[in-house]
Structure formats: C-alpha cells, structure tokens
Design a protein around this ligand. Structure first.
Ligand code: PLP
Length: 287
C-alpha cells in the first residue's frame, strides 16, 4: 500500500505523523471516506466539496485547490492498483506546539489512504442487523455542527463501544430532545405505509452523501421521501428501517431495542433501493 502524504507517496509502514500534529493532540482536522467500485470513485466531487466545506467552517486552509485534490485522490487510487477500495482522506491542522492555538501550526497535513473496508458481512446484508439506541447523545448544531466531518469522533466511538457491549452491529443516537439522529457512521431511514422518512440534518446528523443518493434513487423509483423528525417509537413501529453510508452502503435493520421491525426480515423497499444502489455505484463515478 502507498499512502499519499503532502504530495509524496510513503509505504504504509513509513506513513507516520508527528506527535505534535494537532490532529493527534486535539482532533483538530477533518476527513472523508470514499468508495471505489470497479474502478469508479463514487461521488468524488461531492466528497471533496464536503471536505472543503468542513475546512472552511473550521478555518482550516487546505494547501491544494479542489482540482488538485481530486487529481491527488485519483492518482492515489491508481498507484495502489485497487479496483474496489475505500479511500480515507484526512486533513489535519498540522504540526504545532503544545498549545491548542492553531496559529502555531504552519501547514495542514494532507493524507490519502487507499485500503479495503468491510463493515458488515454478506450475511448481515442479506439478513439485516439488530441495533440499539444508546444514552450517548448526538450534538445538535448549537455546538460543533454535525455537518462538519471533523476528527472529533468520540461521540460516535462511544456509540460503537455501546453497540459492541450489547453485541449488536450498530447503534442509533438520539439528540438531547429525544429525536432520532443517525448511527455511529451512517444515516437512518424508516418506511411507514410506503412513505420513506429520514431525519432532517438540523436535528444532529451528518449530511450523508449516500443518504442523498438514496433519496434521489427512491424518488426515481416513485417513492415519496420526507425529511421529518421522528422518535424511537416511530422507529419501533416502522414497516422497514435501514441505514445508509459510504462504508455501510444500504443495510436493513430488523430489530431495534428488541422490537422486531416488520416481519423481522429486510423489507421490500430497502431491498429495492439496495439493488438500485449497487447498479448505480458501478457506472456512476470518476474513472
Ligand atoms: N453519519 C456519520 C456520523 C458518518 O460518519 C457517516 C460516514 O461518512 C455517515 C453518516 C454517512 O455519510 P456518507 O454517506 O457521506 O458516507
């Protein structure tokens, strides 16, 4: 594996970052996760746009133009020779002193890792997953806006730990008002009487790129999609529940906090959207 580090390629074992990097010291930085399907980088432009939006929001200067960044990602994928891969793009504030003042960091560190990812097994995609809701709350945009894909993922990590301890594949966060927001690394959708619902991101969710793709695909298939707040109760009594994300793709949820969803098997709408999603990712990307 070759890792892009500020314009140079380093071998995986030699791709190291200083302990004085503020990404390490303070989580001061941003990232993106992007998929490559059959040689196509899926929704590269949207991911790069979100990266630059995150950077702008936290006043982080990325030392590349958007075009240069796109080229760097495409080249990093080529250099690694992978047709199916997961790209992790990280921009940290860079090396500074021990104060948290970012002014001590001269230059951002730009890192592109191309590797494989496997979040859920084939069996889980076929059978669906069980999830729980957890006490960890997703912050609503009165503090750090969840639209910023920052290196501060402690909330999400706590959620993962809670899921692991409960022996389930993923967990769902509520916000401080009790509305459903998202999973530790994916967005949530529910289906009720043929209508598809997903929480508005202002409740405290990342504006997932897969979420947007699924909303488009669902509308193209003739479904109504509504961005509407909902509670745990609405999830418990939904006909279908599914999650979307770059790593998760589209996966059905068949049990939430011990409540069986529908008949306990992946629902027809989730299955249809999964199939449409798989068709799309192979043809719609940057080569
Ligand atoms: N929510 C969170 C917290 C995430 O980290 C991710 C992953 O990127 C998502 C949702 C899904 O977003 P996307 O579809 O852009 O990968």
């Amino acid at each position: 594996r070759w890792v892009f580090m500020n314009g140079e390629y380093k071998r995986k074992e030699e791709a190291t970052v200083s302990v004085f990097d503020h990404g390490f010291l303070y989580g001061d930085g941003i990232f993106e996760g992007i998929r490559v399907y059959d040689g196509n980088i899926f929704r590269l432009k949207e991911h790069i746009e979100r990266l630059y939006d995150s950077a702008k929001s936290i006043l982080l200067n990325i030392p590349y133009t958007i075009e240069e960044m796109e080229t760097a990602v495409v080249e990093a994928v080529r250099k690694n020779g992978l047709r199916d891969a997961y790209i992790r793009l990280v921009v940290s504030r860079g090396v500074g002193d021990l104060s948290l003042n970012p002014d001590s960091c001269e230059k951002a560190n730009v890192i592109i890792i191309v590797d494989q990812v496997r979040l859920f097994s084939k069996e889980l995609f076929e059978k669906g997953i069980s999830v729980i809701t957890v006490p960890t709350r997703r912050n609503i945009p009165d503090a750090l806006d969840p639209k910023i894909k920052s290196l501060n993922y402690l909330n999400n990590i706590l959620v993962r730990i809670e899921a692991n301890r409960a022996g389930v594949a993923e967990a769902i966060m509520l916000n401080s008002h009790g509305y459903v927001t998202e999973g530790s690394g994916d967005n949530i959708f529910i289906v009720k009487r043929g209508v598809i619902y997903t929480p508005p991101t202002y409740l405290g969710a990342l504006e997932g790129i897969t979420r947007g793709v699924i909303m488009e695909l669902a509308e193209k298939q003739g479904y109504t999609v509504k961005e509407q707040p909902f509670t745990r109760h609405d999830v418990y009594v939904a006909d279908e529940v599914f999650l979307t994300g770059t790593a998760a793709e589209v996966i059905s949820v068949v049990d939430v906090d011990g409540r069986k969803i529908g008949n306990g098997l992946p629902g027809p709408i989730a299955k249809e959207l999964m199939a449409e999603f798989h068709k799309l990712v192979k043809v719609d990307g940057v080569q």
